[in-house]
Design a protein around this ligand. Structure first.
Ligand code: OXD
Ligand code: MN
Length: 627
């Protein structure tokens, strides 16, 4: 079918040019000799039928997606409803990041630390060499040069991924600045990160291909010292789009430690107050805390504007004046679809009008997509994420809970004009969040940078029924980086402390806050409405930065004074307000015991400043208990 996509002025230029893909083994003339040699060595190992150097053009994307429609990997959505968009259904066994199969292969176990799966590189390399030997037979190996961050930005980094998955190529084309322009930036003295990816399903002995090839055996391996990534067996999300979690967080966190910057699992917002002052905020949240919703927040309070810069990852680096500047290293959103709807995130719904790849959502009879939460009215009939007929009485979810959309950030109606500023934006405030039914107040400001680092180090969420483990049990997720820190988490805290000392020396350190939208009353109901109303909390945070909001001291930091947050029209009663900020010394002292135990797991790598913070908070809580 020939498709003439309808597009708006904000659409990316993906489908505009005519395709002339290079489909041979010869590297482009501009390719750096080291890249060429590396690609040749990987091809010699994995033995693909052909090698294609991706140019990142619209024509290439068009050709790839057409071929995937023909092979059954993609279903073209009805262009009347969702122009130039596709649905992929993964193998039912390949639906999420596999943390148990994610490895940090540092020379020394202690450098990976107790929160990572460590493997000795000397043991891992032969295992990988065996798995990758011939793993691409019968397939094409694509070479994907990419830039994390705007091309040529002083904060950007380059990488080259090879993969035997055209789905990964198309997704990387949305998620990164990919192709010839990135390749041309790699010269003899440029640093670049090599990333090898294979679905691990060679087409040999007459094997017939399947729509979603993958392998039961999975290895997502990172070599921090040599800055390499090797991923085998999965084509899903963070396992396979290696620019994202593997490079921009795990490997980049190591580079950042060595170079004096921060690679963080944070969204970035631009917020303008009613007086016209512009602020930039970076915020870290564990999964299932509404990060994408906050990244695309439509404020409920008059006069405030919120714009999107990034939804998942931030790279933060002090500039020549000592101010912390941030870029979003990605170029697209790989967001969780279920729960995204007009009342929770209308901006995301608008972003997804077309030019999107959906994975594991349901298919409507009219050729559009659907997922739980997209509309209140459930369609009468759907084809579910596994390709089966589905009705509301099927007793199963139509879309997989981790089903995703992949779409260009530039297509987001709330994207900020400075989202791709090569110099980044100056960060005024850093926020740490979590999903806590008890203990953690709606918002507090850290007393200082060290206290802020303590807050980041103790981020946690209560397990929900959807996750493994006992409901209500605390899942610790320091800095929301538990699965993403490429080195010892205690060293990472030390690095944050050192960065703070440098920023404070110039008097420009961002202020640090903690938020919790999820506190519940004793009867189990949420105390705070959340979503758009979170703008009221953001307003207090930025009024603090602006020197306009008073704070009241608590053992946990500075909270808003009575009436410090405008709750007009929310129906939050005085008692609910009190419960939102209540500090129960007994419950907190018990939580500190658990924190102490958690910290003890890091042995003598734990920075003393964090032990001191814990002792200080314990002292304050005991004092509060006595008074
Ligand atoms: C993500 C995650 O997919 O954090 O962004 O798991
Ligand atoms: Mn994430």
């Amino acid at each position: 079918m020939t498709l003439t996509p309808t597009r708006s002025s904000s659409a990316p230029a993906k489908a505009l040019a005519a395709p002339h893909p290079r489909e041979d083994n010869s590297p482009p003339a501009s390719a750096d000799a080291r890249v060429v040699a590396w690609v040749e060595s990987i091809a010699a190992l994995t033995k693909p039928d052909s090698v294609v150097w991706c140019d990142g053009s619209a024509g290439e994307y068009d050709r790839l997606t057409r071929a995937m429609v023909d092979s059954g990997t993609l279903i073209r959505l009805n262009p009347e409803h969702r122009p130039y968009s596709f649905l992929a259904r993964s193998d039912p066994s390949d639906v999420a990041r596999v943390e148990a199969r994610t490895f940090i292969c540092s020379e020394h176990e202690d450098d990976a630390g107790p929160t990572n799966n460590w493997r000795d590189p000397a043991e891992m390399r032969p295992v990988l060499a065996k798995l990758f030997d011939g793993s691409m037979r019968g397939r094409t190996m694509y070479v994907i040069p990419f830039s994390m961050g705007p091309l040529g930005s002083p904060l950007a980094k380059l990488g080259v991924q090879v993969t035997d998955s055209p789905y990964v190529v198309a997704s990387m084309g949305i998620m990164t600045r990919m192709g010839t322009a990135a390749l041309e930036l790699i010269t003899a003295d440029t640093e670049w990160v090599p990333a090898v990816h294979s679905v691990g399903a060679p087409l040999v002995d007459g094997a017939v291909d399947v729509p979603w090839p993958c392998n039961e055996t999975k290895y997502i391996s990172h070599f921090p010292e040599t800055r390499e990534i090797w991923s085998f067996g999965s084509a899903y999300g963070g396992n396979a789009l290696l620019a994202k979690k593997s490079f921009a967080l795990r490997i980049a966190s190591v580079i950042a430690r060595d170079e004096g910057w921060l690679a963080e699992h944070m969204l970035i917002l631009k917020v303008t107050n009613p007086r016209g002052r512009v602020f930039h905020v970076a915020a870290a949240f564990p999964s299932a805390c509404g990060k994408t919703n906050l990244a695309m927040l439509t404020p409920s309070i008059p006069g405030w504007t919120v714009e999107t810069i990034g939804d998942d990852i931030a790279w933060l680096k002090p500039d020549a004046d000592g101010r912390l500047r941030a870029i979003n290293p990605e170029a697209g959103f790989f967001g969780v679809a279920p729960g995204t709807g007009p009342s929770t995130n209308a901006t995301a719904v608008d972003t997804l009008w077309g030019n999107a790849i959906f994975t594991n959502v349901a298919l409507r009879d009219d050729g559009d997509v659907w997922w739980e939460g997209l509309t209140d009215k459930i369609p009468e009939h759907l084809v579910d994420w596994q390709g089966n007929d589905w009705t509301a009485s099927s007793g199963s979810l139509a879309a997989h809970p981790n089903s995703r959309f992949t779409v260009a950030a530039a297509q987001c109606p709330s994207i900020s004009s400075d989202w791709d500023d090569p110099h980044g934006v100056v960060i005024d405030a850093i926020i740490f969040g979590g999903r806590r039914a008890s203990n953690v107040p709606l918002v507090v400001e850290a007393r200082d940078w060290e206290h802020g680092v303590y807050i980041g180090a103790t981020v946690s969420s209560e397990r929900t029924a959807a996750a493994e483990g006992t409901v209500g049990e605390l899942r610790r997720d320091p800095f929301a980086m538990m699965p993403f820190c490429g080195y010892n988490m205690a060293d990472y805290w030390s690095h944050w402390l050192e960065m703070g000392a440098k920023l404070r020396a110039t008097g420009t350190a961002p202020r640090i806050f903690q938020v919790n939208w999820f506190r519940k009353s004793n009867d189990g109901s949420f105390l705070w409405p959340g979503f758009a109303e979170n703008s009221r909390v953001l307003a207090w945070i930025l009024d603090r930065v602006d020197g306009r909001a008073a704070g009241a001291d608590t053992p946990l930091g500075w909270k808003p004074v009575a009436d410090g947050i405008d709750t007009e029209g929310l129906g939050v009663t005085a008692s609910q307000w009190e419960q939102l900020f209540a500090v129960d010394p007994e419950a907190w002292l018990a939580e500190l015991e658990s924190t102490e135990e958690f910290f003890a797991g890091f042995g003598d790598r734990l920075p003393e400043a964090l032990t001191a913070q814990l002792a200080d908070i314990r002292r304050r809580l005991k004092l509060a208990r006595e008074n």
